[in-house]
Design a binder for this molecule. Structure first.
Ligand code: TYD
Ligand code: MG
Length: 455
């Protein structure tokens, strides 16, 4: 058991690194004069949380084959899209960090979730940011069940833990960690040390009592104040709610999950009645408003376990300066540079005196390579000022020698697009079906030159 004594630590206020003595420069983040002497609360955190699940066994050596699988109990959030990202629901005793820009809808999604859950379970929502009146107004407006939703306006972690001890909630929300402070520390509220230590205290409580702790953390644009970066190590699950300025959609994505996969995304729409789940999202990122112009091409992405149709837009314009620009929104810039190199070497298309912009419509962020073909065909379409017909979709990875490589789940991607009325596909030869399909046309391409000829 840990000793209940306060200790002195030397902590970098920029990155949260711990040192046993003061020094002028932080070895972790290289900041100068950022290390402060700080009195911390009782030492605790890690040793306790790391032994969770093995309690009572005194950490004896065992053969792996003799260790039984632990049945993970899950508490469903009441929203399928949320559960999908969590890996099936909340796990008792776990700590979930929900991060995102201010205004993304973190408070909204958590109030809604707790509202639903409060009908069957003991829950507590701690708000240190918004007043309870504000939250009540919002909950009333979106018709949430409120009778059993317990609220607490508090920023002292010590007090919150005392209340939890009394109320014994199964699920507690801390909104947000940036405004929390603990009396056992003399560090500034909102600073990296307070944030980290408060999160550690909450984590300890979660592990001890089995309650689920949901922590809200803001991401700042410049990452200057103590951000979720330092928290990622402490929590079990980190999920991110992102929004885009031009879109009412919100994407929920796990970046770390001890109890599930991290490749699933959950999709929501922010409406006047709060966040609504988008159950059939595959076509939500297609811009239906305007007929597609030059540079626009529809790509079928694979997100987690389902296909997603996304419009990729390319704009190629004569460069004004000697230094042509390559910019990507929602797509990696290096990937664009690589594709341009392949296009020049194996497609004979040179854009070295042009600026190239690529945009994934609707704020989608592409992390897989199946977009390659769409990017290249979009660039060609913009360069030649020709329109790719709106009933065409493409996907495929492009290798450095100009070969078009097949991607996973090709058939499922095609089926989804055909379901949405697309009639023609340009896909890797390895993904093309052997038999001809009725009413639709699939062009299988093995080389970049074939793909260029196909449009
Ligand atoms: P909020 O949950 O307060 O964001 P966060 O906690 O991440 O800072 O959501 C804020 C935004 O959501 C705000 O711009 C208004 C919008 N909103 C709606 O459009 N409809 C609604 O029903 C609600 C509750 C919020
Ligand atoms: Mg909020």
């Amino acid at each position: 058991m840990a000793t209940q004594k306060s200790r002195i630590a030397y902590v970098c206020e920029e990155c949260g690194a711990d040192y046993s003595k003061w020094s002028g420069q932080c070895l972790q983040c290289s900041a100068w004069n950022s290390i402060r002497e700080i009195r911390l609360g009782p030492k605790s955190t890690n040793s306790e949380s790391r032994t969770r699940g093995f309690a009572g066994t005194e950490n004896a050596v065992q053969y792996l084959s003799a260790v039984g699988a632990e049945e993970i109990i899950r508490i469903r959030s009441g929203m399928q899209e949320f559960d999908r990202v969590l890996g099936g629901g909340f796990v008792p005793g776990s700590v979930v960090l929900l991060s995102g820009d201010p205004g993304a809808g973190k408070s909204t999604i958590l109030v809604q979730t707790l509202g639903y859950l409060s009908e069957q379970r003991e829950v507590l929502y701690v708000s240190g940011e918004e007043s309870l009146q504000q939250i009540a107004g919002r909950a009333r407006r979106i018709n949430l069940p409120m009778d059993r939703l317990k609220m607490l306006g508090e920023t002292s972690v010590d007090r919150i833990l005392a209340v939890c001890e009394q109320e014994k909630p199964e699920i507690v929300v801390i909104d947000s960690i940036q405004v929390m402070c603990s009396d056992s520390l003399d560090a500034v509220p909102g600073g990296v040390v307070q944030v980290r230590e408060c999160a550690a205290l909450l984590t300890q409580a979660a592990k001890r009592s089995g309650m689920i702790v949901l922590i809200v953390g803001h991401v700042t644009k410049d990452q200057t104040i103590a951000g979720p970066m330092t928290l990622s190590h402490i929590v079990d699950t980190q999920i991110m709610l992102s929004s885009t300025e031009d879109s009412r959609y919100r994407v929920l994505r796990a970046t770390k999950n001890r109890f599930g996969a991290v490749n699933e995304i959950g999709l929501f729409a922010m409406t006047s009645d709060g966040l609504r789940e988008v159950h059939n999202p595959s076509a939500m990122f297609l811009s239906r408003l305007a007929p597609s112009g030059p540079g626009s091409v529809v790509n079928v992405l694979w997100e987690g376990t389902r296909p997603l149709l996304v419009e990729i837009q390319a704009l190629v314009v004569q460069s004004q300066h000697g230094n042509p620009r390559r910019l990507g929104v929602g797509i990696d810039q290096n990937r664009i540079a690589m594709l341009l190199a392949v296009l020049s070497r194996h497609g004979g298309v040179l854009v070295s005196d042009h600026d190239v912009f690529i945009n994934c419509v609707g704020g989608v962020r592409v992390t897989e390579t199946s977009t390659d073909l769409a990017v290249v065909l979009g660039i060609l379409s913009s360069l030649r000022n020709t329109v790719i017909p709106p009933d065409v979709f493409v996907f495929g990875e492009i290798g450095l020698s100009g070969e078009i490589r097949p991607v996973a789940n090709g058939e499922a991607r095609m089926n989804e697009a055909f379901k949405h009325g697309f009639k023609r596909a340009i896909v890797p030869k390895g993904n093309a079906p052997r038999k001809k399909l009725d009413g639709v046309e699939v062009v299988g391409v093995a080389q970049l030159s074939e793909a260029i000829d196909s449009i």
